[in-house]
Write a protein of this length. Structure first.
Length: 349
C-alpha cells in the first residue's frame, strides 16, 4: 500500500484542496485519515474535523469523520493517551482505514509543528507510518523560498521519505520557474508541482457562509451554491453620500450584502442587481413582498440574530473552504492538479 502524508508549512496553504484534486484526478481506491483534528465542526451531536467530513462525503468513504481522527487539542490527547498508546492508536487507525486499499492519505494539521507535543505532527506521523512526506507551501516567492530553505536545513526530517514540495497559489508560474527553481534545486528539494493562483478558489460559497453563521435560509435554497466575489455592509444613512455609495455597491458583481431587514432600500437595490445573497441581521425580516421578490429571483436571504458589525466580523473570518456541493471549484482543483502536479512521482510510479 502506498502511504503518503500531505502536510503544509502553515495554515491555509491549500493542502486539502491538493488532496481533493489528487483523488479526483487519480480515482484510486484510497483511505484517508487526519490524525490531529482541527477545523472543529459540531454536527449530529458529534465533533468532526471539517476536512475529514468533506473528503468522506465527496468520495463516499465508509469511515465516518470521527473514525478518521484521533482527537482534538493537545491537552485532551495528552490526558487520554501516553506517547506509546498514541503510536499504537495511529498504527491501528492506519491499518484499519488502509486495509485492502491501494493508497492511504494522511493529512497533517495546519502547519508542520501542529500536533508535535503529542507526536501527531506530520513529520512524526510520516516517520511512524513509514510514509512518504509531501509538503505544500504557498505565498509570495520570498516566503516560499524561506519556507523550503528552513524545512531543508533546520527541521529534522531524518528517517522520513521526503518526497518533495508542491508550491501552491503561485501568481506567475513562469516567473517562479525562471527566478526561483534553481535555488530550490540547489537545496536538493524536489519540486513536485507549481500550481497557479486561481481567484475563483478565494471566493466563498453562499452555503458555507450560511453554515458558519448558523443562519436561517428564508429564501433561495436553489442559490446556495453561488459564489461570493464581493462583500459589503449596508448600514449607511439616507443622504447624498449614501446614494452614491449605494450605486457603487450595486454595480459590483456576485456580491453579499450585510444589512438589517428593515433596510428595504438596500435590499431592493441588491435584488435588482447581481447579488449572490443577502444576510439579514438583528433577526429582522423585510416586508413580505420583498421576501417574495427574493424568492422569485433565487437570491438567498439569510437571517441571523447578531448585529451587522458582529456579522461582518464573523464573515471576514470565514476561510473559502471547499464544500461537497461546490462542483465548479471541485472541478477547478482537479484540473489544476492534473495539469501542474507530477502525480506519477508522488505515487512512485
Amino acid at each position: 500500500m502506498n502511504k503518503i502524508v500531505i502536510a503544509s508549512m502553515e495554515k491555509s496553504a491549500g493542502k486539502t484542496s491538493v488532496i481533493v484534486g489528487m483523488m479526483r484526478a487519480l480515482k484510486p481506491d484510497f483511505g484517508y485519515m487526519k490524525p490531529f483534528g482541527e477545523r472543529l465542526v459540531y454536527l449530529k451531536k458529534r465533533l468532526w474535523d471539517y476536512d475529514s467530513a468533506l473528503i468522506s462525503t465527496l468520495f463516499g468513504l465508509k469511515e465516518t469523520p470521527e473514525d478518521m481522527t484521533l482527537g482534538f487539542g493537545q491537552s485532551k490527547l495528552r490526558y487520554m493517551y501516553d506517547e506509546e498508546t498514541l503510536k499504537t492508536k495511529l498504527h491501528d487507525m492506519a491499518g484499519r482505514i488502509g486495509k485492502g486499499k491501494s493508497m492511504l492519505i494522511a493529512e497533517g494539521g495546519s502547519g508542520l509543528r501542529h500536533g508535535g507535543s503529542v507526536g501527531l505532527d506530520p513529520i512524526s506521523v510520516a516517520r511512524n507510518l513509514d510514509a512518504k512526506l509531501v509538503v505544500v507551501a504557498s505565498g509570495n516567492e520570498d516566503h516560499v523560498l524561506d519556507d523550503i530553505e528552513f524545512l531543508k536545513n533546520h527541521i529534522n526530517i531524518k528517517g522520513v521519505d521526503f518526497g518533495g514540495v508542491i508550491i501552491n497559489k503561485v501568481h506567475s508560474t513562469d516567473d517562479f520557474k525562471s527566478d526561483c527553481l534553481d535555488f530550490v534545486n540547489k537545496l536538493g528539494v524536489k519540486v513536485l508541482g507549481i500550481i497557479p493562483f486561481v481567484k475563483e478558489l478565494t471566493y466563498l460559497p453562499v452555503r458555507l457562509v450560511a453554515e458558519r453563521l448558523f443562519a436561517k435560509a428564508i429564501t433561495g435554497e436553489t442559490g446556495m451554491e453561488k459564489l461570493i466575489k464581493n462583500i459589503f455592509v449596508g448600514a449607511m444613512s439616507a443622504d447624498a453620500t449614501h446614494k452614491n455609495t449605494l450605486s457603487n455597491i450595486i454595480n459590483k458583481e456576485a456580491k453579499l450584502i450585510i444589512t438589517s431587514g428593515d433596510r428595504s432600500d438596500m435590499i431592493l437595490a441588491a435584488l435588482e442587481s447581481d447579488t449572490s445573497c443577502i444576510v439579514l441581521t438583528n433577526n429582522v425580516l423585510p416586508p413580505s413582498q420583498i421576501i417574495s421578490k427574493a424568492q422569485d429571483k433565487g437570491v438567498p436571504l439569510l437571517l441571523v440574530q447578531a448585529d451587522t458589525y458582529t456579522t461582518a466580523t464573523q464573515i471576514s473570518e470565514i476561510e473559502p473552504l471547499l464544500t461537497k456541493d461546490d462542483k465548479g471549484r471541485l472541478g477547478t482543483v482537479e484540473k489544476l492538479v492534473k495539469e501542474h502536479v507530477d502525480l506519477k512521482e508522488i505515487m512512485g510510479a
